[in-house]
Design a protein around this ligand. Structure first.
Ligand SMILES: Cc1cc2nc3c(=O)[nH]c(=O)nc-3n(C[C@H](O)[C@H](O)[C@H](O)COP(=O)(O)O)c2cc1C
Length: 326
């Protein structure tokens, strides 16, 4: 059981926030394969203070998406609190504060991962948000700004403050901000963190790609849960596979070609409800590039989907490559 405040999940494997990916389509498909909690991609606090935003199809939370977390990015406690209030009001069940983003333009503005150097400032933001919304509030962290002693101290100081002041959960990506995606994620720190603050909900993140390895990282770290990120792009069935490993099944779920095709088609169809057709076709390419990796004709499939320009051609290609009935 994974507890995030008053939200209790039977399944400890959740879907991470993935900017540019984790919109309704990716989230609905994760749920289809047993994932019980998903997150929006990160939103800038000032954007989430602009209420007309929530009238756009991509920001409307339907009944089939609960529980769902919204992730926000910013430095001003007041603006972060207003953003959190708006997001909770439109249906998000959890607020996740991003203090891990390593993207240069975010860092330059003093947002995201930079704040790891100011634990007191993070707690100021957390306290203001927590006092404003009536739902669980979590934080997404990296393990420090860099590998320096000072950075490590800031990280442990922050975690101690978070535990003391009742943060509802930490999602910890086991890399420093400076590392971005280089080198292996450090799961030892996640293990130490859970050992040190055993009552705080800790969710591990980093290099979660293969079901058996994911279960191994989950169990050996002692974390309460793990958040799948890149490993779920174009592979929503990974949640069913992880469940099989967790349950000790000998046969791990493998999606047949037809099922893969149905998923691809459903993904595209949900996108058409969210965006105009031009955006859908271009945007869908990066998902197809990942979906194609599970197909026996990876290269041919990828090549064809990368050049498609119309809805009709896209649907025909899905039917053809995945042996779907027209
Ligand atoms: C394309 C992309 C977008 C991401 N967007 C976010 C985001 O919006 N918020 C966030 O907290 N982390 C974000 N992350 C980080 C992931 O949630 C995760 O912590 C990281 O990818 C490590 O997990 P992995 O190695 O299993 O992919 C993003 C990662 C990628 C690759």
């Amino acid at each position: 059981m994974l507890s995030i405040g008053n939200i209790k999940l039977k399944n400890p494997i959740i879907q991470a926030a993935l900017s540019g990916y984790s919109d309704r389509a990716m989230r609905v498909l994760a749920r289809k394969f047993g994932c019980e909690l998903t997150f929006s991609g990160v939103m800038l606090d000032s954007s989430a203070c602009y209420e007309p935003l929530f009238k756009k199809p991509n920001y409307i939370i339907k009944d089939d998406e609960h529980p769902i977390g919204a992730q926000i990015l910013g430095t001003n406690p007041e603006t972060m609190a207003t953003a959190a209030k708006n997001l909770h009001r439109v249906g998000y069940d959890i607020i996740d504060l991003n203090f891990g983003c390593p993207v240069p333009k975010v860092i330059l503005k003093g947002r995201g991962g930079t704040l790891l150097q100011q634990p007191w400032k993070i707690m100021e933001i957390f306290n203001k948000v927590r006092d404003t919304v009536d739902c669980p509030v979590m934080m997404k962290l990296r393990i420090g700004m860099d590998n320096s002693e000072a950075s490590r101290e800031d990280f442990w100081d922050l975690c101690a403050k978070a535990a003391k002041q009742g943060v509802d959960g930490l999602i910890v990506h086991g890399r420093t901000v400076e590392q971005r995606y280089r080198q292996a994620a450090n799961w030892q720190i996640i293990k130490e963190l859970k050992k040190k603050f055993s009552r705080m909900t800790i969710i591990g993140s980093g290099d979660l790609f293969e079901p058996a390895d994911i279960v191994d990282k989950f169990r050996s770290s002692g974390a309460d849960g793990v958040a799948i990120a890149r490993g779920a792009i174009g592979r929503p069935w990974i949640y069913a596979q992880i469940k099989d490993v967790l349950e000790g099944k000998k046969e791990i779920f493998q999606p047949g070609i037809k099922l893969q095709g149905q998923v691809v088609m459903q993904h595209f169809e949900i996108l058409t409800e969210l965006y105009d057709m031009r955006k859908c076709i271009g945007y869908f390419r990066k998902f197809m590039s990942q979906y194609s990796k599970s197909h026996t004709h990876i290269r041919k499939v990828r090549r064809e989907f990368m050049t498609i320009k119309t809805e009709k051609a896209l649907r025909q290609a899905i039917v053809k490559w995945y042996s779907l009935d027209e």
